[in-house]
Ligand binder design. Structure first.
Ligand code: NAD
Length: 543
């Protein structure tokens, strides 16, 4: 008999290991990188716990050495989507009715497997498949994945704990039902942890998912799926469907049981999914929950009182780590004229100093951008700036895709604050700076607020604490994650809940209660102890 009220304690964030030369973790990782480099694996679909090979295949390559094939993957078609819908519905019967602590224990076991037995595997597959260096992979594939899993169990417990009061002659309670149907989890290439969480957050709350992983993150995502299975996740709770976004999306969205979308990716894709849902609206059993975290045009605002060394180091990390392919990466910057000569020298020297190349060479701060499409898109922006009279490239500007998709960290000085690279998301190692006159601080703050449609992350640097606070207030809607004297990237689960508004998404703050409540549909149950026997109210009996 199980009559305990469980309570999970506040999780401790997973420590980031250092990977110093000859350390245990470094030796294990090097061995695993070597092993994965020597093999080419096959990635099937996984539906209802069964591996499916469709024969319609594609290749997974290393972005930094695109001639090197890591895997052949199978693509889902209409038939497989129908199979996945059936499997997700079937698994829902068991999973949504299971005691929540069993669900939590599976998430916690997955976290421990990633922390120990599969740490090297998750890191090596993310490094090779998504072109991340050791540190970037460790903070994503390992630490953030674990933190999401652990915090979700903790926050689920807090949600389940909250119950309504009961008045005289009644007992009220809330039952936290999973959504009636399945959740469509659509993940981006850039964070292994996000791919994990887009599934595991709804799964924690008793839902089943159909997972469309990004093709360019398939290696690590396939291993994640295997870790979940080893942790005890029953067949059909997550159904893994690699393939073309449009083929899978169009067919999934037609199902009347589509109860929610958990998405992270570009603004354009989320808008498309939203309008498709709108077209199918009357077909669905319930109004689908639409949760999407999308793009950004993240800023650094420099106040004249700030320290140039601090601004420079944080700018370089914020703009160029993981080749600027973080949704939170700094991509536009406002700098006062008085600081510009000193700051320019610092950031240009640092950008030119950055080493770039293969992920297995630990001296490389940067690696390749994800694929040829991204390379060509980013190059287009650089070429546009090269040809424009409204801008000047002051660092980088070089690119080469002969062996891998490499783009030098590029800094553009824009003379027009509305210049194309100041306003559009580029999603690559390109930072555009605009220099404002010191006596036009207010106008510069307005520019920062109004230049882009996004509202994801932003930072202010200032030694004047009152000025920092005023700028923070003025930029209230410009960012869902706002930093004072820090770079706008690197949010940690449980410490800085993440998400933005405006065109950056629904801002449901992944890794916390705000997100988890989207995946439940509570039922309120009132029980009356002594029911009335007369339909008339007492005052009606007056003569
Ligand atoms: P993307 O939109 O190209 O792809 C995201 C996913 O959507 C992929 O799995 C893709 O296959 C799928 N997809 C595409 N068309 C589809 C369709 N018609 N139906 C169903 N699925 C479809 O994004 P990306 O290039 O993988 O990721 C980069 C973007 O993600 C950037 O804009 C970045 O800012 C954003 N991002 C945002 C956050 C955040 O928290 N706000 C985090 C990470 C990334």
């Amino acid at each position: 008999m199980n009559n305990a009220i469980y309570n999970f304690s506040v999780p401790v964030n997973e420590p980031v290991l250092e990977y110093l030369k000859e350390s245990k973790e470094r030796t294990e990782l090097e061995k695993e990188l070597n092993r994965q480099c020597k093999q080419e694996i096959e990635i099937p679909l996984i539906i209802g716990g069964k591996e499916i090979r469709t024969g319609d295949t594609g290749k997974v390559v290393m972005p930094h050495r695109h001639g090197h094939v890591l895997a052949t993957y199978h693509k889902a078609g209409e038939k497989e989507v129908a199979m996945a819908v059936k499997a997700a519905k079937e698994a829902h019967k068991l999973w949504s009715n299971l005691t929540w602590t069993i669900r939590a224990s599976i998430l916690l076991k997955a976290a421990d497997l990633i922390s120990t037995k599969y740490r090297a595997l998750m890191n090596a597959s993310t490094m090779l498949g998504q072109s991340k260096n050791m540190y970037q992979s460790e903070i994503d594939a390992v630490c953030e994945s674990i933190d999401f899993l652990k915090y979700n169990t903790y926050f689920a417990g807090r949600i389940y704990e909250s119950q309504p009061r009961s008045a005289f002659n009644q007992l009220n309670r809330m039952e936290f039902r999973a959504l009636e149907g399945f959740v469509f989890a659509v993940s981006p290439f850039n964070f292994t942890a996000i791919a994990s969480n887009l599934n595991m957050a709804p799964v924690m709350m008793g839902n089943t998912t159909i997972w469309k992983p990004a093709t360019t993150a398939l290696l690590s995502n396939y291993y994640l799926m295997k870790v979940f299975t080893e942790a005890g996740l029953p067949a059909g709770v997550i159904n893994f469907l690699p393939g073309r976004g449009s083929t899978i999306g169009n067919n999934v969205l037609k199902s009347k049981d589509m109860a929610g979308i958990h998405f992270t990716g570009s603004n354009a894709t989320f808008n498309h999914l939203w309008s498709e849902v709108n077209k199918n609206l009357t077909a669905y059993k319930s109004y689908p929950r639409l949760v999407g975290e999308t793009g950004g045009k993240d800023f650094i605002f420099v106040h004249p009182s700030s320290n140039p060394d601090e601004v420079a180091a944080n700018t370089i990390r914020g703009a160029f780590e993981y080749q600027g392919q973080k949704c939170s990466a700094a991509s536009r910057m406002y700098i006062p004229q008085s600081l510009w000569p000193e700051l320019k020298k610092l950031i240009v020297d640092m950008a030119n100093d950055i080493r770039m190349g293969d992920v297995t060479d630990v001296k490389n701060f940067m690696n390749a951008v994800i694929d040829e499409k991204a390379f060509d898109n980013i190059r287009g922006y650089i070429d546009y700036a090269k040809e424009s009279k409204d801008a000047e490239i002051i660092a980088g500007g070089k690119y080469d895709k002969s062996e891998g998709y490499f783009i030098r960290p590029t800094i553009i000085q824009a003379f027009d604050p509305q210049f194309k690279t100041m306003t559009e998301e580029i999603f690559g190692p390109v930072l555009t700076v605009y220099i404002y006159p010191d006596d036009k601080l207010d106008e510069a703050i307005d520019l920062c607020d109004n230049t882009s449609p996004f509202g994801l992350t932003g930072a202010v640097f200032s030694r004047d604490r009152v000025a920092a606070s005023k700028i923070c207030d003025r930029l209230r809607y410009a960012a869902g994650n706002f930093y004072i004297n820090d770079k706008p990237t690197g949010a940690i689960v449980g410490l800085q809940p993440f998400g933005g508004s405006r065109a950056s998404g629904t801002n449901d703050k992944a890794g916390g209660e705000f997100n988890l409540v989207r995946w439940i549909s509570p039922r309120t149950i009132k029980e009356t102890f002594v029911p009335v026997k007369d339909y008339k109210y007492p005052y009606m009996k007056e003569e």
